[in-house]
Ligand binder design. Structure first.
Ligand code: PLP
Length: 335
């Protein structure tokens, strides 16, 4: 059955008090830059450093009876959030990852009390192990984006933005597997059908964008990006998030690594916020002049703050960055 606004309201009740109701902050600088009131939804303030805690918490509140253990195969923000949500409900968390994952990420997830299972040399092998585990009694897998409770949980961000700013006209939503965009667009458009919802992602390895264009889920090569949290596929067997994004998004806009670099600097120097590359794709599109003409209030979601500190420091000090084969020429910030 298709998700409805009622599912998002149910998620809002389920996660209340368990996640932060992040403020919607006006940005004077971006307001001046865009010519319309510009707001930032501060999901960087979640205790796990990213909005994914909403979906993971709602999913953890709705697991089948008899569940003792939550599993997933994300090494990033979803893995952290599943570990946190599991602990809050006294479940065990078993996070599967490949041997290529850096130690700092392993340590971050271990610190939340999760067990880690290292399998194989690729994300695919880790996912296969996760699928195998989820067949064992008491183990429930939580998908990072293609799960109705996860999508409804992320959708609570849309409810809160509409509560705080009923005059909102446009929402800029970072887009990867599409759980966030699907949930936010469902909530916002159900309450106010005239709201425009634009998905934003990087121009290299944008799986949802390629899938919408092809009209079915497709695989794209994964390449290193400053917006690393937006990497990865949408699953060739995608059940919910693809259909919802195809139907509900008004547009998908792509930004380059240079534009993301510039946006990280801008947010840091003008608004003093630390955010991941994945968080600033909407700001990148604004600065690059890629957004359509705006006539009313606009908001973007600062989705996470889990930056690689060494890389972040290079960006804000205007130094060069290496992303696999791509060398990004550093440019010091100037307004
Ligand atoms: C997961 C993630 C996204 C994208 O969310 P999807 O539901 O996969 O589209 C954006 N930003 C950050 C920081 C994330 O962790």
């Amino acid at each position: 059955m298709d998700l409805t606004l009622a599912d998002v309201f149910a998620a809002q009740r389920a996660i209340r008090g368990k996640v932060v109701r992040a403020p919607l902050l006006p940005s004077p600088f971006l307001t001046q830059k865009s010519g319309v009131p510009f707001y930032l939804k501060m999901e960087t303030m979640q205790p796990t450093g990213a909005f994914k805690l909403r979906g993971a918490t709602n999913a953890a509140e709705n697991v089948p009876a008899g569940t003792t253990t939550l599993t997933c195969c994300s090494t990033g923000n979803h893995g952290r959030s599943v570990a946190y949500a599991a602990r809050a409900r006294d479940f065990k968390a078993l996070i599967c990852m490949s041997s290529l994952v850096p130690q700092t990420k392993i340590d971050g997830i271990k610190a939340l009390g999760a067990d880690i299972r290292i399998v194989g040399d690729s994300q695919d092998e880790a996912l296969a192990e996760c699928r195998r585990l989820s067949k064992e009694p008491g183990v429930t897998e939580i998908s990072p984006f293609d799960d109705r409770f996860v999508i409804a949980g992320q959708g609570t961000i849309g409810l809160e933005i509409l509560e705080d700013l009923p005059e909102i006209e446009t929402l800029l939503v970072p887009l990867s597997g599409g759980g966030l965009a699907a949930g936010v667009a469902l909530a916002a458009k159900s309450i106010k059908p005239s709201v425009r919802v634009i998905g934003l992602t990087m121009d290299r390895g944008a799986a949802m964008h390629a899938s919408i264009n092809a009209d079915h889920p497709v695989e794209v090569p994964e390449v290193p990006s400053l917006a690393d949290s937006l990497g990865g596929g949408i699953g060739l067997d995608n059940r919910c998030s693809f259909r919802m994004c195809r139907k509900l998004l008004d547009d998908v806009i792509l930004v380059s690594e240079e534009e993301i670099y510039r946006a990280v600097q801008t947010l840091y120097y003008e608004d003093s916020h630390i955010a991941e590359g994945a968080s600033v794709v909407g700001i990148a599109a604004l600065i690059a002049g890629k957004l359509p003409q705006q006539n009313g209030a606009i908001a973007t979601i600062l989705t996470g703050r889990n930056v690689d500190m060494a890389e972040f420091t290079k960006v804000v000090t205007g130094r060069d960055i290496h992303l696999g084969d791509l060398r990004l020429k550093g440019v010091p910030y100037a307004a």
